[in-house]
Design a protein around this ligand. Structure first.
Ligand code: GRF
Length: 216
């Protein structure tokens, strides 16, 4: 079985993208990063990709008359680089149902909460305001409703005394950098599959996902 050919969509610093790129440098990793695409020309992550010899592409949403045209240009750029699977990694444009349909079950996202809790923005502020003791991050397949979709993997992260939104975000981000490569690997190995509207994990991979409960 050939490697999964992956495109990563970013809008900013791209630390999750960097984690995926680093993981994919291992020849045993079952996915290849074909390109990094940003909707913002100034996204910091583009330089990181270029420095590692990965095609770094800008498709500026402001240069397109409509969302449909912008997304068509994104899909064209991905296809031109041989991409057959897409990872959203801090991509700050809401993708349309048409784009999601085009990449159905070939489009995943990482979100900084334990979904279905804290969909949307400001997840860490809201978790702290609620006084939850455990939060985390989720990798899920994308569906038209925001931050909803079959869950591939989650990592739980403790909230500790004195946490601020920034300190909690930093702790969760460390877990994100472990979770995203693991989730992509499980999908690329065929060990995480969408069945109905949830993801089935192969029995020999369950241990690996369970280890993430101690990510801190
Ligand atoms: C991450 O917290 C991710 O969960 C969210 O956006 C942030 C992106 O950070 N979707 P980075 O650009 O990957 O550093």
């Amino acid at each position: 079985m050939g490697k999964l050919q992956v495109g990563i969509l970013i809008s900013g610093r791209g630390s999750n993208m960097a984690a995926l790129v680093e993981a994919a440098r291992d020849p045993a990793f079952p996915a290849e990063i074909r390109c990094v695409l940003s909707n913002r020309p100034d996204a910091g992550g583009l330089d990181f990709a270029r420095e590692r010899g990965i095609p770094a592409v800008t498709v500026d949403h402001k240069a397109h008359a409509s969302k449909a045209e912008f997304e068509a240009a994104v899909t064209d750029a991905l296809i031109a680089r041989g991409v057959d699977f897409v990872c959203l990694a801090g991509f700050m444009r809401i993708v349309s149902p048409a784009f999601i349909e085009r990449w159905h079950d070939r489009l995943i996202n990482i979100h900084p909460s334990l979904l279905p809790a804290y969909r949307g923005l400001h997840t860490h502020e809201r978790a702290l305001a609620d006084g939850v003791k455990l939060t985390g991050c989720t990798v899920h397949f994308v569906r038209p409703e925001m931050d909803v979709g079959p869950i591939v993997a989650q990592a739980a992260v403790p909230v500790v005394a004195g946490d601020t939104p920034d300190s909690l975000a930093a702790r969760v981000l460390t877990a994100e950098h472990r979770l995203y490569p693991l989730a992509l690997r499980l999908i690329a190995e065929g060990k995480a599959k969408v069945v109905g509207e949830s993801v089935e994990i192969a029995s020999d991979a369950v241990d690996e996902t369970a280890r993430l409960f101690s990510a801190a």
